[in-house]
Design a protein around this ligand. Structure first.
Ligand code: MOS
Length: 742
């Protein structure tokens, strides 16, 4: 049963929005070397899939909604045949108007991209009374901000191998971030039970939130071809296919109105964010929910009115990407607070220290923060190591001088909900299995995609059992071997998977202790401790190796297979009022960037970066720092370089020759401070770092540019044009008032 290595897709060529009138593949079917040709009509089960709203098409049946929509799927014996076969497909279209932005898609006369309104998600926060808040303000600032589409840019494009299994099902191995949601979709599309679909995670070459629906799509298609041919089918996206087909980070249009007292205290926030959701629903409803919770930033304010909307357009659909709705609002809220400080003639650190959340404060959604709130601590840490206040004042004085290259320093901070929060059921499972030689196999429903889950979860299990990490083998996820543990997203893996691993290892330990006690004649198993691969009787000091106890357990029929399940504490949410305990805990971070701005070219060089993050407790300091370095590098690209642009729904670049990413040459030295205030829920006190490390790098850089030049940037990326010529948003930026009132 040789594998089919060559597949080809017919995309909606250059027609992002079209009614499909007919698809004729009869000529392709006659070509020698073509193993299968499939259209939507050949799908046995559901023709669509999706995590929130199932409207993403596996193959287009009647309407193409973006250029990455696939219409016909071909499997062939050689690449040449697959490529040639594409030319024998005939599709007739009726073009529909292309809606290339939310502005166009929200017009009353705009055609519906799906059924009904193009606005497909709307979250609200209503707290206090913003009108009365604004009337108490001494200063009002109204600003508009805009962020761009960006690409995840994982090194490895999506790739999957589907094989028929022995009992009529399908087995898929691939670069998949969220195996269980993918399995649900494949099962629905093929009309199979979940038990008949096995998804095995191949070691991932990066994901950053990106290998969710993009990989699900590939899995569904490869599985369809496997079922049609009875043969293994490999599908590998080229970089161009990946960029054309995959989802991006949501661009946001944001309107912020902030009222504040002369001393900096915010009296009201009114915020409206419109996200370009692109062609399909994907996770937009969840992404914009995180935004609505986090939009004000970590600032005390009694009156808040926030709306976040997601709108269909004919651009690529948008979905999860590291931060998940926070990088956009962090850019707006953090640069706005910086501007407020400037208007009030305060420095940005003093203002923040005055108005950020402290222990017991109440968030925009009415949640009382009952844990240790570490904002003051991270702000002081990062300001201390960067000598922020002095440099900020000095740069400000020197920017009047005529040097073409000006120095700047900028600050940003955030609070971020850990895990899924009220957006979904939050539970995860880990299996710890001690082998007869004392080595350990850990299997988890959560995946390692390079972020370090493997190390963190294995370390937690090893710590509980007192054995060395070298004895632990962490398995890639396999949906048939571990329970559905939800998606590996939302920086939830260490806290959820780690807690489950801890509980699994504790169960095994409890089973081993009586056997160990017997081997070393200990009177009380309770007095046994584990340390350095030994069970030790704390009273007598007698000890026995972990591996001997493991073997003895096997001889006596004691099971050393531990299953741990961790369900998060309760969260609440009222969709109408936007009130609730949105997350069971939060993390806190502060970043400082130093820049050199060439005012003759607009070129910004980030010369030094400082990051302080409160992570509960660092399970592995080197890996926490690794996440911070990576997060800063990505944030630098978001702030200064990256933009995935469309022209009437057509991407303007489909490879890295034209899509600008930050490289090692752009990334400065990053100095980290890890702040530890152990969380009562997290395993050994751990919380999270993956996404927090990314969300405030860009605003710190943008604020540094303002410190250097005195000019504000309202639109990302701060490329040469932005820095040199300033904002170009229609009627925006410094639109409206920045007046002192009364
Ligand atoms: Mo992540 S952006 O929550 O996959």
């Amino acid at each position: 049963m040789p594998c089919i290595n060559y597949t080809a897709k017919c995309f909606a060529q250059n027609i992002p929005h079209a009614k499909i009138l007919s698809i004729d593949v009869s000529a392709v079917r006659r070509l020698p070397g073509v193993a299968a040709v499939l259209t939507a009509a050949d799908i046995p089960g559901s023709k669509t899939f999706g995590i929130v709203t199932k409207n993403q098409q596996v193959l287009v049946s009647d309407k193409a909604r973006y250029l990455g929509d696939g219409i016909v799927l071909i499997a062939a014996e050689t690449r040449e045949i697959a490529g040639r076969a594409l030319r024998h497909i005939s599709v007739s279209y009726r073009q529909l108007p292309v809606l290339s932005s939310p502005d166009e898609a929200m017009k009353p006369e705009a055609p519906s991209i799906h059924e009904g309104s193009n606005i497909f998600s709307h979250h609200k926060v209503r707290k206090g009374d913003v009108e009365s808040g604004f009337s108490q303000a001494d200063i009002l600032l109204e600003r508009r901000y805009q962020t761009q589409h960006i690409e995840h840019s994982y090194l490895e494009p999506e790739a999957v191998l589907a094989e028929p299994d022995e009992q009529g099902g399908v087995r898929i191995t691939g670069s998949v971030q969220n195996l269980f949601s993918t399995r649900r979709s494949v099962a629905e599309v093929l009309n199979l039970d979940l038990a008949q679909v096995q998804i095995k995670q191949a070691t991932l070459g990066g994901s950053f939130g990106g290998k969710d629906e993009a990989s699900t799509l590939l899995c569904c298609r490869a599985a369809l071809l496997t079922m049609a041919t009875g043969r293994p089918v490999k599908m590998v996206n080229s970089r161009e296919e990946s960029m054309l087909e995959s989802y991006k980070r949501h661009p946001y249009n944001m309107e912020y109105k902030l009222g504040a007292k002369r001393d900096g205290t915010p009296t009201a926030f009114e915020i409206r964010c419109i996200a370009d959701g692109g062609a399909y629903a994907s996770t937009s409803a969840f992404v914009t929910w995180r935004s609505v919770v986090q939009a004000t930033g970590p600032y005390r304010c009694k009156n808040v009115k926030t709306d976040t909307l997601a709108v269909y357009t004919n651009n690529n659909y948008t979905g999860a990407m590291r931060g998940f709705g926070s990088p956009q609002v962090c850019f707006a809220s953090e640069t706005l607070m910086d501007e407020l400080a400037e208007k009030l003639q305060m420095d940005p650190l003093t203002l923040r220290l005055k108005v950020v959340f402290r222990d017991g404060d109440v968030t925009a959604t009415g949640q009382k923060l009952r844990h240790k709130v570490s904002l003051i601590e991270v702000l002081n840490e990062v300001a201390g190591i960067s000598d922020f206040a002095r440099k900020w004042g000095q740069n400000r004085n020197e920017r009047r001088k005529a040097y073409p290259v000006k120095k700047g320093i900028g600050l940003a901070c955030s609070y971020r909900g850990v895990s899924l929060g009220a957006e979904g059921a939050d539970a995860a499972g880990v299996i710890v299995s001690v082998q007869t030689d004392g080595s350990l196999i850990v299997s988890s429903g959560l995946t390692d995609m390079g972020q370090g889950a493997q190390t963190a979860i294995a370390q937690i299990a090893a710590e509980v059992l007192g054995i060395s990490l070298a004895r632990v083998r962490f398995l890639n996820t396999n949906t048939s071997r571990v329970p559905d543990s939800g998606p590996t997203v939302a920086s939830r893996t260490t806290i959820m998977g780690g807690s489950a691993a801890k509980s699994a290892a504790e169960k095994v330990l409890t089973a081993m202790k009586p056997v160990a006690a017997h081997l070393i004649d200990a009177d009380n198993p309770e007095n046994i401790v584990v340390q350095k691969n030994h069970f030790i009787d704390a009273e007598t000091g007698r000890k026995v190796t972990f591996s001997r106890v493991a073997d003895a357990c096997f001889q006596r029929g004691v099971s050393l297979f531990g299953f741990g399940w961790f369900k998060s504490p309760k969260t609440t949410w009222d969709e109408e009022t936007g009130r609730g305990d949105a997350y069971f805990t939060f993390v806190y971070g502060a970043n400082v960037a130093e820049v050199e701005v060439d005012t003759e070219t607009g070129k910004v060089k980030v010369s030094k970066f400082y990051a302080a993050h409160e992570v509960g407790r660092a399970i592995n300091r080197a890996m926490v720092e690794g996440q911070i370095y990576g997060g800063v590098a990505m944030g630098l690209g978001y702030g200064l370089l990256e933009e995935f642009n469309f022209n009437q729904g057509s991407p303007t670049a489909l490879n890295f020759d034209e899509y600008l990413l930050a490289t090692a040459l752009d990334v400065p030295q990053v100095e980290c401070r890890i702040v530890e205030n152990p969380d009562p829920v997290g395993p050994f006190g751990a919380k999270s770092i993956g996404e927090p490390a990314n969300e405030i790098a860009a605003p710190a850089i943008i604020n540094a540019i303002a410190n250097a030049t005195g000019k504000r940037i309202y639109q990302l990326p701060a490329n040469l044009e932005q820095v040199l010529l300033g904002h170009k948003l229609a009627g925006s930026g410094a639109r409206g008032s920045e007046n002192f009132l009364g």
